[in-house]
Design a protein around this ligand. Structure first.
Ligand code: M6R
Length: 615
């Protein structure tokens, strides 16, 4: 959701900014823009739609661009004002000498805008961001110090911002500031960068400095200075990014989503690495600080998350309750933050987030911390804001996930919940040791079983082809795979724009059955050996009696199923409790192939952003 890169240095400024924006593209956006300092002037180029349009615009204006020495770029996901060239960033002050790019939302922008208009400022866009340009220009007019002008201005802003500012009269200097939106500096030799996320920098430097809320960075080619909101210099640690640029390559796959689905066996191995290496030994979760004492006083666990992470949380609830007997509530972060919650100091609050930057979840976690709850964060970004709030942490180690539709981070979240639930059971002694050993053994086998699923996707592809013209789908399951049904339906919705709804299979006859006819395929998850198989099968028969087309996702080898179902997608044998880690994979593939057959923009679906950093 929006992306920023700023650069001062010896390289081709336009190329650095474009490649930085390209590496942020996955976040989702509707317009793009760049401001460069060239021939002592600030030159601005903005376009609607994909980055290719901005590239073409810059190419078309090549003769006017000579030797830029610094610049800022932005991709915008519209919040205030429709997607348009006028609303695209960078925004300028009235005289056009100052330029601003911004991620986040300025909540008091209307009030600020009125005051600035009264002072004579001429607004061009409908955005909240433009007030920042006029505000800083106004301050700069008085102080002639860009850093001070930014500091004085951000003190007047309410809401969330990661902001970068350049001024024509202050050559090759970028001022960045942040509050409730990520921003970091990339440190180079004879060049420096500023960005909203690490992928923007990784091609050029792995040395980064993360800004905290209310900090201000002044970046020139030779120097980076970080100060607090009062102007005191802050000594910051340079951190080295663990990722290589290759993480941002499709490695021959048509889409990042397909590549990421195929990475899942290795992702599981990575999550297990160092935590489960011997089934005879207890699980090791180094950064989880829950000892027997804390557990004894624990009377409740609450899991807070959004979207796909919320579905992993649902599976987590099932696992934790089953393995440890501790009662677990799961709630969407956006709901948690607007009601009187029962969180207290004897609650363990688990925040689950791929990005670690989801605004609703961050707010929820902050509220939980105010109530003195112990906060455990499960995230793919140990460098994120959420991770910084954690008392305990489980890093997912899934590697950067580029496709907007979460896949490998979901499986890493599931595996983390298996490990955590076993860890609790081991501390509490709540499960039979033999049973735990079997579960651990099966966990270790999971990557090989998923490799089997990925080695032959022909049935899934033909199912996708057969059903790609349907406008509605129902996904059903019971027990722990209800989370898989919800997640499978979400994947289909997100990337194919087909209406798909997940239901607890037993709920079908309480309402949704009214929708069933030959136009409404029903996909069901059937894992034999467990407690739900026969029940779900009966629900499928009920659907068939209403002429619904049936798709089974099953580990059963029973040939009878081929007579009942229109398509049977088979997966390897797996214990029901562990099956979500396998059943999610064919559903990701089914969504992928349907979207691909329909010619959709799989990696960057319309209206969606990879990381939702506004409420
Ligand atoms: O980064 P998070 O896991 O906190 O993101 C939560 C949701 O925005 C995210 O899962 C979203 O639903 C994805 N598009 C799922 O594919």
């Amino acid at each position: 959701m929006c992306g920023i890169i700023g650069y001062v240095g010896y390289r081709d400024v336009v190329s650095v900014i474009l490649s930085g924006l390209t590496n942020l593209e996955y976040r989702g956006y509707d317009s793009a823009g760049i401001a460069i300092r060239d021939d002592g002037e600030i030159k601005i180029y903005k376009t609607l739609g994909k980055l290719i349009n901005l590239k073409n615009e810059l190419e078309a204006n090549r003769a006017q661009i000579h030797n830029p020495t610094s610049g800022i770029g932005h991709i915008r996901w519209a919040t205030h004002g429709s997607p348009s060239i006028i609303n695209a960033h960078p925004h300028t002050c009235t005289c056009g000498r100052l330029v601003v790019v911004h991620n986040g939302i300025i909540e008091n922008y209307k009030e600020l805008r009125e005051k600035l208009v009264a002072k004579g400022c001429k607004f061009k866009s409908q955005t909240d961001t433009e007030v920042i340009a006029h505000l800083v220009a106004d301050e700069f007019g008085q102080t002639k110090d860009l850093e001070l002008a930014v500091r004085n201005s951000v003190k007047k802003l309410q809401g969330a911002y990661a902001v970068c500012v350049m001024h024509k009269d202050v050559p090759d200097l970028i001022v960045g500031a942040r509050k409730h939106a990520p921003m970091l500096v990339g440190v180079g030799n004879g060049e420096n960068f500023i960005a909203s996320d690490t992928p923007a920098l990784i091609e050029y430097t792995k040395r980064t400095i993360y800004l905290e809320d209310n900090e201000i960075a002044v970046v020139t080619k030779d120097k980076v200075k970080i100060t607090d909101i009062n102007g005191n210099e802050v000594a910051k640690r340079i951190e080295v990014l663990p990722w290589e640029p290759v993480a941002l390559s499709k490695l021959g796959y048509k889409h990042f989503m397909l590549k990421e689905i195929h990475e899942q066996p290795d992702v599981i191995r990575n999550v297990l690495n160092g935590k489960l290496y011997d089934i005879e030994q207890p699980i090791i979760l180094g950064e989880v600080k829950l000892n027997k004492e804390i557990l004894k006083s624990l009377n409740k666990i609450q899991i807070i998350a959004c979207g796909t992470s919320l579905h992993a949380a649902l599976a987590g609830k099932y696992l934790i309750e089953d393995f440890s007997g501790i009662s677990v509530e799961v709630e969407a972060s956006s709901e948690y933050i607007y009601r009187k919650s029962t969180t207290d100091s004897s609650t363990l609050v688990i925040g689950v987030s791929q990005s670690g930057e989801t605004a609703d979840t961050i707010t929820a976690i902050k509220q939980a911390k105010e109530k003195n709850a112990h906060v455990l964060i499960i995230t793919n970004r140990p460098d994120s804001n959420m991770a910084r709030l954690a008392d305990s942490l489980i890093p997912l180690n899934a590697g950067i996930e580029v496709s907007v539709a979460a896949t490998k981070s979901y499986i890493a979240q599931l595996i983390s919940f298996y490990l955590f639930a076993i860890h609790l059971a081991e501390i509490k002694g709540s499960l039979d040791k033999g049973y735990l050993k079997n579960i651990k053994h099966e966990l270790i086998q999971l990557p090989t079983k998923i490799e089997e699923v990925l080695s032959d996707t022909s049935v899934i592809q033909s199912c996708a082809r057969k059903f790609s013209s349907y406008k509605n789908f129902i996904y059903i399951a019971r027990g722990i795979n209800l989370s898989t049904a919800l997640e499978g339906a979400l994947k289909l919705k997100e990337i194919s724009y087909i209406n798909a709804t997940g239901y607890a299979a037993g709920e079908l006859k309480h309402g949704p059955i009214a929708m069933l006819d030959e136009t409404m395929p029903v996909l069901s998850i059937l894992i034999p050996g467990g407690i739900t198989y026969e029940k779900v099968l009966s629900n499928c028969e009920e659907a068939k009696a209403r002429n619904a087309k049936l798709i089974a996702l099953t580990s059963s080898t029973d040939k009878k199923l081929d007579n009942i179902f229109d398509v049977v997608i088979r997966i390897p044998q797996v214990t029901e409790i562990l099956s979500p880690a396998i059943t999610c994979v064919p559903l990701q593939l089914l969504a992928y192939y349907i979207a691909e057959f329909l010619g959709k923009d799989v990696d960057q679906p319309r209206n969606l952003a990879k990381s939702v950093t506004v409420e």
